[in-house]
Design a protein around this ligand. Structure first.
Ligand code: SF4
Length: 412
């Protein structure tokens, strides 16, 4: 291990208590979560205050921090409700609150003076003057706009003492972060209030104003046209360069994502940071981890604005649909000693004879042929397992709690 090498915090999303536990077991240093109000992912999931309390207790027992998002825009009429909500947070031992609105920052300072404040990417901070200004207002950390270059990042790191956090993985907006009205315009659901319907990722047709029943396809490839669609960010390959800037935290996007996505992205970036810590992040490791991250559903990857050579890469319509190379078939429930195999909760259909790829916390993934499936509690052998079944994969092996089961998709 190289002495004095600073390894940034790995910050991971969770949409509910269950996913928080996966994030913790797969190696997150901190998890960011939202409540039922004033956060930017408000369509489904999120934590009630008792769930938040339970999540904080669970995370702290495992030496993991919890950051709570209060980063939606807030209108005048919502301030009394916000005030009541912030007062309720006083008794929960969260490690920081993520805000984008200076008024919310001010309110938290008044009501919970000891609370650490992190500035959301939604605030669009692009330079060290803005970072330092946020510091003067009382912010402990700033998450920079995703639109900055690597040159900007290095300069900011040299010119500020405020903690800096950047996104390294996940979906990108086609608009400048936090300045998008597309979803509100098309559906009435406002992105800046956490209700984004991801309208930029829909498929669009051309319509002539007098022929409203005719929709003309604007074809780009066999999957159609995604005129606003961006690629997904993946900075895995550039991680060593980012670590060398002494950035404080690396954030994974995805508070709407499944336990499969959160576990795999956390596993990959944890492993990459461990390699960097031990000075073993060679081209072979990058290639191995790139292969692993490819197993979760994603759109074509981009190195984002930070390492972009040609900006058209972000909008390139070539194969911009979701790529699913592996089906997420289930999660670990228990172990059956009688049948010497894991009992799993099934998420997607699979059958005996297929090869399962098992991801486990802090271990290399393993592959096994599924020889025999037994339905629980009926105890009968079945050829297929279906969503919501609970089944035993007989004779497989002992695997750890929080294991994730995937099967390679057949190419069509
Ligand atoms: S519609 Fe697309 S670009 Fe706009 S906020 Fe939602 S995800 Fe971002």
């Amino acid at each position: 291990m190289i002495k004095n090498k600073k390894i940034p915090e790995l910050l991971v999303p969770a949409n509910n208590l269950n996913i928080l536990k996966y994030a913790v077991s797969y190696g997150a240093d901190a998890v960011y979560v939202g409540g039922k109000e004033f956060n930017l992912r408000s369509i489904r999931g999120n934590f009630t205050l008792p769930e938040l309390e339970e999540g904080v207790e669970y995370a702290h027992k495992n030496s993991v921090k919890i950051y709570f998002t209060l980063n939606s825009i807030v209108y005048e009429k919502e301030l009394p409700r916000l005030k009541r909500y912030v007062k309720k947070l006083r008794d929960i031992n969260i490690d920081a609150i993520i805000v984008s609105d200076p008024g919310v920052l001010q309110l938290i300072k008044e009501l919970i003076p000891e609370m650490k404040i992190h500035i959301s990417t939604q605030s669009n901070i692009n330079n060290h003057l803005a970072v330092n200004f946020m510091g003067k207002l009382g912010a402990r950390r700033v998450n920079l706009a995703r639109e900055i270059s690597f040159y900007d990042l290095k300069n900011i790191m040299e010119k500020t003492n405020i903690e800096i956090e950047i996104f390294v993985h996940g979906a990108l907006c086609i608009s400048y972060s936090g300045r998008c009205m597309l979803s509100k315009y098309m559906t009435g659901r406002e992105a800046n209030k956490g209700e984004c319907t991801h309208s930029c990722r829909w498929k669009y047709y051309l319509m002539e104003e007098e022929r409203t029943n005719l929709f003309f396809p604007v074809e780009q490839d066999k999957k159609g046209t995604y005129i606003y669609n961006s690629r997904d960010l993946c900075l895995l390959e550039k991680l060593k360069l980012l670590v060398d800037t002494r950035v404080d935290a690396l954030k994974i996007e995805g508070r709407m994502k499944t336990e499969n996505y959160v576990s795999l992205t956390t596993w990959v970036y944890r492993r990459a940071l461990d390699y960097i810590k031990n000075d073993k992040f060679t081209a072979d490791e990058v290639s191995y981890l790139t292969g692993e991250i490819d197993k979760c559903t994603h759109r074509n990857f981009t190195r984002g604005f930070m390492f972009l050579k040609d900006k058209s890469e972000l909008e390139n319509n070539e194969n911009v649909g979701y790529i699913t190379k592996y089906r997420f078939i289930g999660v670990y429930h228990d172990f059956s000693s009688a049948h010497n195999g894991p009992i799993i909760n099934v998420k997607n259909q699979f059958r005996a004879g297929e090869v399962v790829d098992i991801l486990q916390p802090h271990k290399d993934p393993k592959k096994f042929v599924i020889r025999k499936i037994i339905l629980v509690p009926e105890g009968k052998e079945v050829e297929y397992a279906n969503p919501n079944d609970r089944v035993i994969l007989c004779g497989l092996c002992k695997v750890n709690p929080f294991s994730i089961f995937r099967i390679k998709s057949i190419k069509k």
